[in-house]
Design a protein around this ligand. Structure first.
Ligand SMILES: Cc1cc2nc3c(=O)[nH]c(=O)nc-3n(C[C@H](O)[C@H](O)[C@H](O)COP(=O)(O)OP(=O)(O)OC[C@H]3O[C@@H](n4cnc5c(N)ncnc54)[C@H](O)[C@@H]3O)c2cc1C
Length: 319
């Protein structure tokens, strides 16, 4: 797994030094220097495990508590064809496991894991196959959105496959991207869109960097998506955005089947339970697999109590 030269590495959240303590901020910038075993230990809460059977167990437990799930086989920026095949095989295995265990879960896929950076047509072919298999199994595939070099090709993949009649496919829009409101207008009818803030570091020419502005755009996008009658996955742990989304849902008298909230495994579990108790559907993103490092770094950088986590893990390691 490599990040080809010339492409920005996927390194960090829309977060400023003011939204976390200075020490947490400095530590988040230095995370690549933290030894891998420590990163592994402190990021365990975000990942279901190395194996599919651990992921199945995690989803089973979430389903028993009334949450839906989406399975993510960890991995990204694949530039070797055989590794694309491996990733596709793992997703097919995950789809079979969902059926066999009768889980309430769909799939989330990173296009670069299916070779987007290698060959657009290869990626399209592999995704087409997976989405067909998912359709046969009455299931659904979401294309995660990666850094800005992937935005247009990912939206193209989505439009191409939707134009072929594959309705069981969704995409993601990021509220920090200045282009996203225009992207809403260019989506096909009956689109299924996950809306999130966005996690990659992008230049100010194309992305809002100010947290308050990202939140404003998130709400403008949510309104625009509902206005077009799309099904929306409202993906956030930000209580203010959840509060605003509730107001929008009430104002529009939306039925709970017209949208869902989405959260990441291991994050904001009390807010997650509250949203469910309030009668909204909620899907948990459940990553698993061997390629845990890049995802773990992204999650740790967003953790407002990062320093405490790393320090307590260091001391735990010495006992
Ligand atoms: C289901 C789902 C799918 C996603 N898919 C994508 C995608 O395809 N592309 C993409 O760019 N981004 C994706 N993201 C990530 C998203 O863009 C944000 O980076 C992430 O959700 C944090 O933003 P937030 O809205 O929760 O707000 P924030 O302001 O970052 O967080 C709100 C609060 O949540 C808590 N919190 C957030 N993250 C953590 C953490 N890691 N550990 C502990 N507490 C935390 C903190 O209390 C924080 O104050 C996804 C997020 C979710 C929930």
């Amino acid at each position: 797994m490599t990040a080809p030269g010339g492409l920005r590495r996927l390194d960090g959240p829309v977060r400023t030094a003011t939204s976390v303590s200075a020490f947490d901020y400095i530590l988040s910038r230095s995370l690549p220097l933290v030894p891998k075993p420590i990163v592994r230990r402190v990021s365990r809460r975000y990942i279901a495990g190395d194996t599919l059977s651990e992921a199945v167990q995690a989803v089973r437990e979430l389903n028993a508590k009334g949450f839906m799930a989406t399975l993510d086989v960890l991995g990204e920026s694949v530039t070797d064809r055989p590794l694309v095949e491996t990733a596709v095989g793992e997703y097919e295995g995950a789809l079979r496991a969902i059926g066999a265990a009768r889980l309430d879960s769909n799939l989330s896929v990173k296009p670069t894991q299916f070779g987007l950076r290698l060959d657009f047509d290869l990626c399209l072919t592999k995704l087409r196959r997976l989405v067909h298999l998912a359709r046969d199994a009455a299931n659904f595939v979401r294309l995660d959105m990666e850094d800005s070099s992937c935005t247009s090709p990912t939206l193209d993949l989505y439009r191409r496959l939707r134009a072929e009649g594959l309705g069981n496919l969704g995409v993601v829009l990021q509220a920090y991207m200045r282009r996203s409101l225009n992207d809403v207008r260019d989506l096909p009818e009956a689109a299924n869109v996950r809306l999130c803030k966005g996690i990659y570091i992008e230049p100010p020419e194309i992305a809002y960097r100010d947290g308050a502005l990202v939140n404003k755009n998130f709400l403008a996008l949510l309104e625009a998506l509902f206005e077009r009658g799309f099904y929306v996955g409202i993906a956030t742990h930000d209580e203010e955005l959840v509060w605003e989304a509730y107001r929008l849902i009430e104002r529009r008298r939306l039925s709970p089947s017209a949208y869902e909230f989405q959260m990441l495994l291991g994050v904001a579990e009390s807010l997650r339970a509250r949203i469910r108790r309030d009668g909204h559907r909620l899907r948990v993103y459940v990553p698993f697999g061997a390629h845990w490092y890049a995802y773990s770094l992204r999650r740790l950088k967003e953790n407002p109590r990062l320093a405490g986590y790393v320090l307590s893990s260091l001391f735990a390691g010495r006992r």
